[in-house]
Ligand binder design. Structure first.
Ligand SMILES: Cc1ncc(COP(=O)(O)O)c(C=O)c1O
Length: 417
């Protein structure tokens, strides 16, 4: 064990030292294309069309949308247009879209806004695999007096629907259950879950940050009351999100101020970023069908290639009920962080399901909730593709990762010589 830690430490320090000896790089467009970026569930590159659409609002179009003069009026029209573009992607009405600063803020406005409305009678229902934006918010609300129920998942990451049905749901309930998991890509049956909660008088919020732009969503058909999204997951920049709030849903604001965003999220609007989100939603809608067939095919080729060439490789998550862009694979007896470091040295960016805390590599709460065995849980790697992923990117990963896995397995203390 000690030898293994030492070797990992050496790989890390060597890699850090070589980084420190270099200047901190400023990435130019050419560098971006040199790096194979397969971490799109963490964040995406802003689309050129999106960056272009933002430009006037950093220069001539600087009016405050609340002003009645022409500077304000012009800018307001662009915010209205962006609201329509976001609404169109979700099958919502423009007045049901509230602009926020990010996905985490959208989640918090929904959950905390509901709890403030219900005071100490609030009952929250959530899943064991939510993003910290929902998980930590629900736990904080429970500390403040709300009742909290957490629903588990099975070994493929699917939601325990029978548990949801058995819960005491009522008009004081808000269920907040994610649409697509950020680590495994597994999709939850949001329509069925929302129907169960709503038939007993409760409200339903879904964190759809990873789903929006990747799969079709239609709020006219799926009875959710609130839905969170984040711009930087769908080729808009960081710093803009939105919350869909079905008409007549009652929430209390977290921040008090003026009339903007129905008084639920007051403050002068972040115009350039709102315009960016609108454009990104328009592009996502346009690209959804054609691009996502291509992205799914690339993901499947990567996955099948790795599962067939790397010994001890296993897929985490349901093979079919998944986002088209995500695959999460465990490499038995190897620590995911070591794989990531060696991939990074080969100009490949991916992500692991482990968090390095207090010197130990703890598997993520998602992988743990699925009951993945210890020797696999530590070696989980997430690859997340986007519309910018190419065939050549996948070829490069398939060419180098099996060698990395062999090399690391040879020094693994878990494998008997
Ligand atoms: C499922 C999910 N929810 C919420 C968030 C938070 O979004 P943001 O980074 O915009 O706050 C993320 C980001 O990774 C996510 O994956």
């Amino acid at each position: 064990m000690f030898l293994w830690r030492l070797r990992l430490y050496r790989i890390r320090t060597a890699s850090n030292a070589s980084r420190l000896n270099k200047q901190i790089p400023v990435y130019h467009k050419e560098d971006h294309t040199a790096t194979i970026y397969l971490d799109n569930n963490a964040t995406t590159r802003a689309a050129d069309e999106v960056i272009e659409a933002m430009q006037p609002f950093f220069a001539d179009a600087y009016g405050n949308p609340s002003s009645i003069h022409r500077f304000g009026g012009l800018v307001k029209k662009h915010i209205d247009r962006a609201r329509e573009q976001v609404a169109a992607l979700l099958g919502a009405k423009p007045q049901e879209i509230l602009f926020t600063g990010c996905g985490s803020e959208s989640d918090n406005i929904a959950i905390q806004g509901f709890c403030r409305e219900k005071a100490r009678t609030a009952r929250l229902v959530t899943s064991a695999v939510e993003h910290p934006a929902v998980r930590n918010c629900c736990r904080a609300m429970a500390d403040a007096g709300a009742t909290l129920h957490e629903i588990g998942v099975d070994s493929q990451g699917l939601l325990a629907m029978d548990h949801l049905e058995r819960l005491p749901l009522d008009a004081n309930t808000l269920a907040t259950i994610m649409w697509a998991n950020n680590e495994t890509g597994v999709l939850f049956p949001i329509s069925e879950a929302a129907e169960i909660v709503k038939s007993r008088g409760g409200l339903f919020h879904t964190d759809a940050v990873q789903a929006v732009g990747k799969i079709p969503i239609d709020c006219r058909k799926v009875p959710v009351d609130m839905l969170s999204l984040s711009g930087h997951k769908l080729h808009a920049p960081k710093g803009i999100g939105a919350l869909y709030i079905r008409e007549k849903t009652k929430l209390q604001p977290l921040v008090y101020g003026g009339h903007q965003e129905h008084g639920i999220r007051p403050g002068t609007e972040n115009v350039a970023y709102i315009v960016a989100l609108g454009k990104a939603c328009e592009l996502a809608q346009k690209n959804m069908d054609v691009e996502h067939v291509r992205v799914r095919a690339l993901r499947d080729r990567l996955e099948q290639g790795l599962l067939s060439t790397c010994t001890g490789a296993k897929l985490n998550g349901h093979p079919a009920l998944r986002l088209p862009n995500t695959t999460n694979i465990s490499f038995e007896f190897i620590e995911g962080e070591s794989i990531l470091l060696l991939l990074d040295e080969n100009d490949i960016a991916a992500s692991s399901g482990s968090a390095c805390t207090t010197g130990s590599l703890e598997p993520s709460h998602v992988i743990q909730a699925m009951g993945i065995p210890y020797t696999l849980a530590h070696g989980s790697i997430r690859f997340s593709l986007s519309v910018y992923t190419t065939d050549a990117d996948i070829d490069a990963v398939l060419a180098c990762l099996p060698g990395i896995v062999d090399r690391l397995r040879k020094i693994s203390p878990y494998v008997k010589e």
